[in-house]
Design a protein around this ligand. Structure first.
Ligand SMILES: Cc1cc2nc3c(=O)[nH]c(=O)nc-3n(C[C@H](O)[C@H](O)[C@H](O)COP(=O)(O)OP(=O)(O)OC[C@H]3O[C@@H](n4cnc5c(N)ncnc54)[C@H](O)[C@@H]3O)c2cc1C
Length: 413
């Protein structure tokens, strides 16, 4: 049976006149994680995505399953610990999509060697049993051997460490398939444009099939808002004057020919002069370089890179690559917007925590914000714990720590 056949899925929604246990709005990492958690606890689950699965931020990441060396620098040990555990779990659950990637921090100032060497030892320790390789200080010769065209002027050596690399869109598709194969329903091109209420409490959603314009009234015990950068729009359907829950920060990547980063190792620059992180990572037969952190005001499904962002990346890439890439070397650019938890005070977006947060409105709308791809499973577990309480669902334990996301042969139609 083709579990992703649209007609079969629509029939299932049509014939399901009764109540869903859980309806999830949004088919990015967060919504897919929530729906997977829900079906594996055997709750009747429906996920609605208005575009393609992972069309939003979830297909525009740096494609790393990582603890986040930068968050270690910021002192957010609990986030790094959680993400490193999730890195190990995901590697076990989706081995066909997550593999080990070596990263090298090139060292140009003598004090950076011991500093990053120590920091990355802490990173190894936090990963514990789920570690994927030990970090090590490299000599100048070893660094050049691993990254043939690293900038050698003033180079003193490097530090090598390991993280995970994955294919974000493929993982999203495999999770959607896994949801549908486990008695859940995940459907795309279905846009939620209003919330239904009974006695002032959320009792479902109204969604439009974007292929036929047909409207569906869908009843549910609980509704989860997992719409990333569109979160504020959905909470305003619930309560028109609700305070915003997310703030938006754009990040772009440029794609270059592989000749700009020879060998299999990636370059990681933990601290550019304005405090950002820069990655140059082999990606299939190309190399991706990013990213930026630019505050934006409007949530867009197809965001555009700013000229200054492209210049910023080129300028920094040129410092670490011996043959410096120019504008004309860029093969393509992709931009994504981070749905960050809105902090109380006005902060620089790069310093806002990448933790996740769950908010329940007075009428029972459950909204999950923040987080990252790496922690999508834990986010799902946490939001379903909360949603099950709101919906009064039977308490069931999570099994997703050891639930395999299988490689699927069948193609989408
Ligand atoms: C530049 C960049 C690099 C990153 N790199 C990494 C990385 O290397 N590793 C990592 O772990 N994390 C990374 N992240 C973070 C990670 O990508 C995000 O945290 C994650 O993808 C957010 O997923 P989401 O599901 O919350 O949002 P989205 O993926 O945007 O999903 C929200 C979905 O909701 C849908 N939607 C909105 N409104 C409606 C509606 N009314 N009805 C139906 N559907 C609706 C949208 O179409 C969208 O598909 C990166 C982020 C950025 C921007």
């Amino acid at each position: 049976m083709n579990y992703m056949n649209r007609e079969i899925i629509l029939d299932k929604i049509e014939s399901e006149k009764g109540l869903w246990d859980v309806v999830v709005i949004g088919g990015g990492a967060t919504g897919l994680g929530a729906a997977l958690e829900s079906v594996t606890r055997k709750y009747k689950t429906l996920l609605l995505e208005k575009s393609d699965f992972s069309k939003g931020t979830s297909s525009r990441s740096t494609k790393l399953i990582h603890g986040g060396v930068r968050y270690l620098q910021q002192g957010n040990i609990s986030l790094v610990f959680e993400a490193l555990q999730e890195r190990g779990i995901l590697k076990q659950n989706a081995p066909h999509l997550v593999h080990n990637q070596a990263f090298i921090v090139p060292i140009y100032d003598w004090w950076d060697g011991p500093f990053y060497g120590m920091g990355l030892k802490v990173y190894d320790l936090l990963a514990g049993k789920l570690g994927i390789g030990k970090s090590k200080i490299l000599s100048k010769a070893e660094t050049i051997e691993k990254i043939e065209n690293v900038e050698t002027k003033d180079l003193r050596g490097g530090v090598i460490y390991y993280d995970g690399q994955f294919d974000d869109s493929r993982l999203a598709i495999n999770i959607a398939q896994t949801i549908n194969e486990n008695n859940g329903v995940a459907i795309n091109y279905m846009e939620v444009n209003s919330l239904m209420k009974t006695s002032n409490m959320i009792s479902g959603v109204i969604a439009i099939d974007k292929e036929t314009n047909k409207e569906y009234k869908i009843h549910s015990r609980v509704v989860i808002n997992a719409t990333g950068i569109f979160t504020n729009n959905i909470i305003k359907l619930d309560q028109i004057d609700a305070d915003d829950l997310v703030t938006l920060s754009q990040g772009i990547h440029i794609v270059l020919e592989k000749k700009f980063l020879k060998g299999n190792s990636a370059i990681m620059v933990p601290h550019t002069e304005d405090g950002r992180v820069l990655f140059a990572v082999p990606w299939y037969d190309k190399v991706i370089v990013g990213t930026t952190d630019t505050k934006v005001n409007e949530p867009l499904l197809e965001p555009k890179p700013y000229k200054e962002e492209i210049e910023y990346i080129l300028q920094h890439a040129q410092k670490y690559m011996s043959s410096a890439p120019e504008l004309c070397d860029i093969k393509s650019i992709f931009a994504g917007i981070r749905p960050l938890i809105k902090p109380r005070e006005n902060k620089n977006t790069s310093s806002i925590s990448r933790d996740h947060s769950i908010n329940v409105s007075k009428s029972g709308l459950v909204t999950i914000t923040g987080g990252k791809w790496t922690t999508y499973r834990k986010m799902g577990e946490d939001v379903i714990n909360q949603a099950a309480l709101i919906a009064g669902l039977e308490e069931r334990s999570s099994i997703t720590k050891s639930f395999r996301i299988k490689k699927k042969k069948k193609r989408f139609r």
